[in-house]
Design a protein around this ligand. Structure first.
Ligand code: G1P
Length: 276
């Protein structure tokens, strides 16, 4: 519900907050499309209509841009509606991430599938979810995208218990959702990217509400890990939590500094701020 970003998210879905000039959800969908994913189901909820409009065609705007000769802008907005086959499903109540994933069961059927959380973006030369797909191709079992986050941050994430948190691909012994520093087995956190075996659906159906009274994906994955191998893969790239104010600002700066037309003036401005 975007409560960490109020009041901006009172009427605007948090996934529509722009990083420079692209809504966060567009960056996430682009990552999936670049990884070769062609069919995407976006689980939405009340007040998220703007997301559907964003990926739809907008004939009036297209006509206007055509008339004004704004070919580049036109191309840019046409590309958005062609990124992938996008489907939507509304989660009728915010019962938790595990429940949101469970909503996708009939769309997915019996294939392994990728999950990308709408407020985690990853800047990487190989799209993060593609890196996980490659590990899945080798292991044939559930893969979680992880990175070490520092002990002071473990309470914000799903945390992996494993023998070797420094190894790039390591088997998960156990998962805990948002443990305290004392409870945490490591500082290896699950960061919003997953390739999951469809066996998760029958598990999620039986998963009771956990931390915060929500049906947690982490709890479902923990049960899965007790039955089949689940792998933690430390992906390459920098991940931003754009649902968090500081994470949002960091992502905005990183993405802006990578834009040729913006970087020189922005750098100048930033150093002038530093001198103040
Ligand atoms: C969710 C998951 C958590 C994961 C995190 C990554 O938490 O429940 O396991 O580490 O995303 O961003 P949320 O941030 O939605 O509370």
């Amino acid at each position: 519900m975007g409560t960490r970003f109020l009041p901006a998210t009172k009427a605007l879905p948090k996934e529509m907050l722009p990083i420079v000039d692209r809504p966060t959800i567009q960056l996430v969908v682009e990552e999936a499309a670049e990884a070769g994913i062609e069919e995407i189901l976006i689980i939405t909820g009340r007040n998220k209509q703007a997301i559907e409009d964003h990926f739809d065609r907008n004939p009036e705007l297209e006509d206007l841009l055509r008339t004004k000769g704004k070919e580049e802008d036109l191309e840019e907005i046409l590309k958005i509606s062609e990124l992938a086959n996008i489907f939507y499903m509304r989660q009728k109540e915010p019962l938790g991430l595990g429940h949101a994933v469970f909503c996708a069961r009939s769309f997915i059927g019996s294939e392994p599938f990728a999950v990308l959380l709408g407020d985690d973006i990853v800047h990487a030369s190989v799209p993060c979810i593609k890196q996980l797909i490659d590990v899945y191709a080798e292991k044939g079992q559930t893969v979680l995208g992880t990175q070490r986050v520092g002990w002071e941050n473990v309470h914000k994430y799903g945390i992996v218990d494993t023998d070797d948190p420094d190894s790039p691909v390591v088997r998960v012994k156990q998962l805990t959702e948002k443990p305290s520093r004392e409870e945490a087995a490591s500082d290896l956190a699950v960061l919003g990217r997953y390739i999951i075996d469809p066996a998760i659906f029958s598990i999620l159906e039986q998963t009771a509400p956990g931390r915060g009274g929500e049906i947690q994906l982490t709890d479902g994955l923990n049960t899965l890990a007790a039955r089949h191998p689940v792998w933690a893969y430390s992906f390459t790239g920098r991940r931003y939590d754009v649902g968090d104010r500081l994470g949002f600002l960091e992502a905005t700066l990183e993405y802006a500094l990578r834009r040729e037309e913006l970087a020189p003036a922005l750098k100048k401005f930033l150093s002038s701020l530093q001198r103040r």
